[in-house]
Design a protein. Structure first.
Length: 211
């Protein structure tokens, strides 16, 4: 069964592949937006992570005709009243400019030096959406929406070369002093917000693979 991962981020695709392999889910072939014909992508105007993820899955089902998985994720900073939140990818004003986003976040917290005052959470909402006819055929829901949260704090400077986004700034509660960018892929899958969310989609995907 082909399943579209509505992203061009190869690391997200590999992350889901590792989750499925760890759960011994067979019969799912993951494809990304790079593997299918281009289609018009709707702007992510949702007020929540789930809403933005579903905008992407609706496009995938509509234009590619495939079961589609999408995530919307970001970081919530306690001292910024939960921001950047859904604006995480474009916090600096330019979508996807990780270096600028990280630099701005560091600048905004530069006077906060107590680690306990630099609390933050990574949040990931993942949505699996099936075409209506496939949902009817399999007796499954059309939409599965789940969320994962990863508690931690923000470091004073970037650490590590792995991961992406805010990973070099985020120190997980389970690994104090270490950044998410310094974790092995397997350890990150075990702890991360996206890993926690994707794990909740394993059983629907296992069921889908049987059809």
């Amino acid at each position: 069964m082909k399943v579209l991962v509505a992203s061009r981020n190869a690391k997200k695709l590999k992350e889901l592949q590792r989750v499925l392999q760890a759960a011994d889910v067979q019969g799912i072939e993951l494809v990304s937006l790079a593997d299918i014909d281009e289609y018009p992508e709707s702007p992510e105007t949702g007020a929540t992570f789930v809403a933005n993820a579903q905008i992407k899955t609706q496009d995938g089902v509509r234009y590619a005709g495939l079961p589609t998985i999408a995530d919307d994720s970001g970081i919530r900073v306690d001292r910024l009243n939960g921001m950047p939140g859904v604006l995480s990818a474009r916090w600096s004003g330019t979508h996807g400019d990780d270096a600028a986003n990280n630099a701005l976040l560091l600048a905004q917290l530069k006077d906060i030096t107590d680690p306990e005052e630099r609390g933050a959470q990574f949040v990931s909402a993942c949505v699996l959406q099936l075409p209506a006819d496939l949902a009817e055929q399999t007796g499954m829901q059309e939409v599965y929406a789940v969320e994962g949260v990863w508690e931690g704090s923000l470091l004073m400077e970037e650490q590590g070369a792995g991961g992406f986004g805010y990973d070099p700034l985020f120190s997980p509660a389970e690994e104090p002093g270490c950044s998410a960018a310094e974790l092995s892929p397997e350890r990150k899958d075990e702890l991360s917000h996206r890993g926690k969310a994707l794990a909740q989609l394993v059983e629907p995907l296992r069921r889908l693979a049987q059809h």
